[in-house]
Design a protein around this ligand. Structure first.
Ligand code: HEC
Ligand code: HEC
Length: 220
């Protein structure tokens, strides 16, 4: 009896193993109530101290020093925390960030997230340019491509929403375009349920370029 059950277990495990090996989860972060409360309880004062090591790239107050680095000020703490965990686990990879994130404990990540989220968001002057393609996608999506409007998730004001949908308003255009391209070609694949990859795959390069400027110029 026991032997038969054992055999069945081994057989079942053998059947599932190859599947598990191929289908890696996009992120290790699961938004349980405990996880949410943990991030919510992040200690911003400690985060401020830890953030000194980030200032060289993300600026003294989370406004990045280069257009190709994302600003972190005013971002959702849950989104920031998830990204740090994703760099830490390897679900998201970047030559600059992966190393930094590996040296952070979960508590450090929650503290940093609390501090950056509390900083005044990036401000970019309103440019007089009109980004027609981008505006259509943000407000209407595309019927032909079955694309939902960006604002359904990222908000009409580009401020994002719980838990893991990031604010985009005021974000650096170069970074937004860069990361959209990374979703498009699958280099960035830490979006749970492929929510961004599915969308980015059908965006043209011209649209990606415009979307960057569109969001950079939204007034906070
Ligand atoms: C040497 C420069 C550098 C330093 C120092 C650095 N970062 Fe980054 N950070 C980057 C770059 C570049 C990216 C974008 C990488 C990518 O495309 O995945 C990034 C991305 C991020 C993201 C994702 C933002 C988003 O909008 O998805 C977070 C969160 C982050 N960094 C937090 C930190 C924290 C916290 C520290 C300090 C402990 C830190 N970084 C230190 C360069 C840096
Ligand atoms: C179904 C909801 C949904 C829609 C619609 C959507 N997004 Fe997203 N977006 C997300 C989620 C979720 C993430 C976070 C992925 C992760 O966990 O890394 C994200 C992340 C992003 C990021 C990365 C931001 C950063 O700081 O790295 C950009 C840029 C972005 N979206 C742009 C867009 C644009 C432009 C559109 C419209 C063409 C759009 N999104 C439509 C859900 C959505």
């Amino acid at each position: 009896m026991g032997g038969l059950i054992m055999k069945k277990i081994i057989l079942t495990a053998a059947l599932f193993l190859p599947v598990l090996a191929v289908a890696q989860p996009s992120s290790q972060v699961a938004w349980t109530a405990d996880q949410l409360n943990f991030v919510k309880a992040g200690n911003a004062a400690n985060g401020e101290k830890l953030a000194k090591q980030c200032a060289g790239c993300h600026g003294d107050n989370g406004i990045s020093i280069s257009a190709s680095y994302p600003s972190l000020a005013g971002q959702l703490p849950t989104y920031l925390y998830k990204q740090l965990q994703d760099y830490n686990s390897g679900a998201r990879q970047d030559p600059m960030m992966s190393g930094f994130a590996k040296n952070l404990s979960q508590q450090d990540a929650a503290d940093l997230a609390a501090w950056f989220a509390a900083q005044p968001p990036a401000f970019q002057s309103n440019s007089p340019m009109v980004y027609e393609l981008a505006e259509k996608l943000v407000k209407n999506g595309s019927r032909d491509r079955v694309l939902p409007p960006c604002e359904v998730c990222h908000g009409g004001d580009g401020k994002g929403q719980v838990m893991d949908i990031p604010a985009l308003s005021g974000q650096n255009a170069a970074y937004v375009s860069y990361t959209l391209k990374a979703f498009k070609n699958g280099e960035r694949h830490n979006d749970i349920y492929s929510r961004m990859r599915t969308i980015a795959e059908s965006l043209s390069d011209q649209e990606i370029e415009e979307l960057g400027f569109y969001y950079q110029n939204i007034r906070n």
